[in-house]
Design a protein around this ligand. Structure first.
Ligand code: SF4
Length: 312
């Protein structure tokens, strides 16, 4: 019997798939370029700062923030540089960033009751037809119990949305890699008064999740456009908000799924036509020998751009 290709999962891939089959297809199968929104970029910046401040060598910078409520010169420089690279308008967002940093740092940042603390811990596990990759923001083993660990994940979202799939992924990871029970703690940095949300799963639940991954991986073999159109968020009243609206909201901003409307983009392909990378801008793609850059047109999400499709 032929061994099926292992489907590569991550918590965000699984969450996207749950949200909308066409969104998953666009992002992860055809690999359309991704334009993260400002909120996601700020989240990346916060994670970078926490990663730097976690390093024992940088403890003095942490102390300065906690005791004097100010950044050292080098941390200021780091934030400025990272914000520039991520294209974040720092002036307009500095207050929010400062508040989230302080909230995260003030809440047992170094996991005092835990040992073997690690930051940005990479996990990689696999099953019969799937592989799962991910990074844990902070991980520590309980001082009084070698079989239990704390997994901490920082969230910078505007609402409290406890990501059960992500917690299951990490917990299964620690079960399979170290045979440990996990407590997954999400810290919602924009909600200092409702900061910590913890999840813990039984072995039965983790076994069930493993079976779920097998089942999903089976379904994702040969995931083509037809399958991608099987579960549009647009056709589900509870998920349609993900598609957003063409019209601006009351405060003048537009929130719309990045794949709702048609657009042009560039693809770096090899000599066999395999897409290696995509980007909205040609200048961001670097061509090596036997590679080419071609212009492609994406005709927009069929749920909104195909007259035969009826939004229910
Ligand atoms: S516009 Fe809606 S249905 Fe289409 S990909 Fe985006 S979320 Fe899915």
């Amino acid at each position: 019997m032929e061994t099926p290709t292992k489907i590569i999962f991550s918590a965000s891939k699984l969450k996207t798939l749950q949200a909308c089959s066409f969104l998953y297809y666009s992002k992860y199968i055809i690999g359309l370029p991704d334009k993260p929104n400002l909120g996601a970029l700020i989240g990346t910046l916060i994670h970078l700062i926490f990663e730097v401040l976690s390093h024992p060598r940088h403890r003095k910078h942490y102390d300065e923030i906690i005791k004097k409520y100010k950044y050292s010169k080098s941390i200021k420089r780091f934030i400025k540089k990272a914000a520039k690279r991520l294209n974040i308008p720092l002036k307009e967002n500095q207050d929010l960033i400062n508040k989230m940093i302080l909230t995260g740092l003030q809440y047992d940042f170094f996991l005092e009751n835990y040992k073997n603390v690690e930051t940005e811990k990479r996990i990689e596990i696999e099953g019969r037809n799937w592989k799962l990759n991910g990074f844990i923001d902070k991980l520590g083993v309980r001082n009084d119990d070698n079989n239990t660990c704390l997994i901490r994940d920082f969230k910078s979202s505007k609402k409290i949305d406890v990501n059960e799939i992500q917690a299951l992924c990490y917990s299964l990871g620690m079960k399979k890699l170290k045979n440990m029970t996990s407590i997954v703690e999400f810290l919602f940095l924009q909600f200092p008064n409702n900061l910590s949300h913890k999840l813990q799963f039984t072995d039965e639940q983790l076994n069930g999740f493993e079976l779920f991954l097998e089942d999903i991986a089976e379904k994702l073999q040969d995931f083509d456009e037809k399958k991608a159109c099987s579960d549009f968020a647009a056709n589900d009243i509870k998920k349609r908000w993900l598609c957003g609206k063409r019209e601006p909201t009351k405060n003048g901003t537009i929130f719309m799924c990045q794949y709702r409307e048609p657009f042009d983009y560039f693809a770096l392909i090899d000599e066999n036509g395999k897409v290696l990378k995509t980007d909205f801008e040609k200048k961001n793609l670097k061509c090596n020998v036997n590679q080419f850059i071609v212009k492609h047109r994406f005709s927009g999400c069929p749920a909104w751009n195909n007259q035969n499709n009826i939004i229910l």
